[in-house]
Design a protein. Structure first.
Length: 229
């Protein structure tokens, strides 16, 4: 995917400062750009190979993508899975919108799988930033205890209706360090444990992603109903 390479090259300086941020954006870039489009899928010219793959059905394609990641990974490791195509390739985006990390932990949260080219895109997120251990990095699996931490933060923030961006929640002894990621803005703040007080807010607008799609075909969410018999 040429635009992914262009995006990484364009953001080389930012990449060195914050690898986690840039990679998470890249893994969700296809989903965000496709969601922002109103293009009729009937206008998308698909190769016969892509049509044949899509007619296998969403569940089958998602299962194929999961096998490419790891035999021990299942759909339960993610909160959503989206199948997209640009007519020449089929891509599956696995995502965890709320990325909670206990103290001294590291996980894979989001994974992109190009089923056509058998290419996998993934990056780990750590708490603290830069944390690493000698064991293989696990894929995130939300436990009941983790869900309690996530729900506390969401309740402290308040109305999240329509919120579609990624949120990293790094737990500390007395507070949660929050990082909200979008294609145009980076926001950081802290949520006090116990009280839910929000403080130390920081917001920064980012350079726009260079959507140079000349020669590239944009990915769109696949409407599987159009392929039903």
């Amino acid at each position: 995917m040429r635009f992914l390479i262009n995006f990484l090259a364009y953001n080389r300086k930012s990449l060195m400062k914050n690898v986690t941020y840039i990679i998470v954006i890249v893994l969700n870039l296809i989903f965000w750009t496709s969601s922002a489009q109103n293009t009729d899928q009937n206008d998308l010219k698909m190769t016969n190979a892509v049509k044949e793959l899509i007619t296998m059905g969403e569940d089958t394609i998602v299962a194929m993508a999961l096998k490419r990641i790891d035999e021990n990974v299942s759909i339960e490791n993610f909160t959503s899975a989206s199948v997209l195509s640009n007519g020449e390739e089929v891509y599956v985006s696995f995502r965890n919108q709320y990325k909670y990390l206990p103290i001294n932990s590291i996980y894979y949260f989001d994974v992109g799988v190009n089923v056509t080219t058998e290419t996998i895109y993934r990056s780990s997120v750590a708490n603290p930033v830069g944390y690493a251990n000698k064991t293989p990095i696990p894929y995130f699996y939300e436990t009941e205890d983790m869900q309690k931490h996530i729900n506390f933060v969401k309740q402290a923030i308040g109305d999240l209706k329509g919120f579609e961006n990624d949120m990293i929640i790094r737990e500390n002894d007395d507070y949660y360090d929050i990082e909200v990621l979008s294609a145009s803005q980076e926001s950081r703040y802290k949520v006090k444990k116990g009280t839910g007080k929000i403080y130390d807010e920081f917001h920064a607008h980012l350079e726009p992603i260079p959507y140079d799609f000349v020669g590239d075909r944009r990915f769109q969410l696949v409407d599987f109903s159009e392929f039903e018999n």
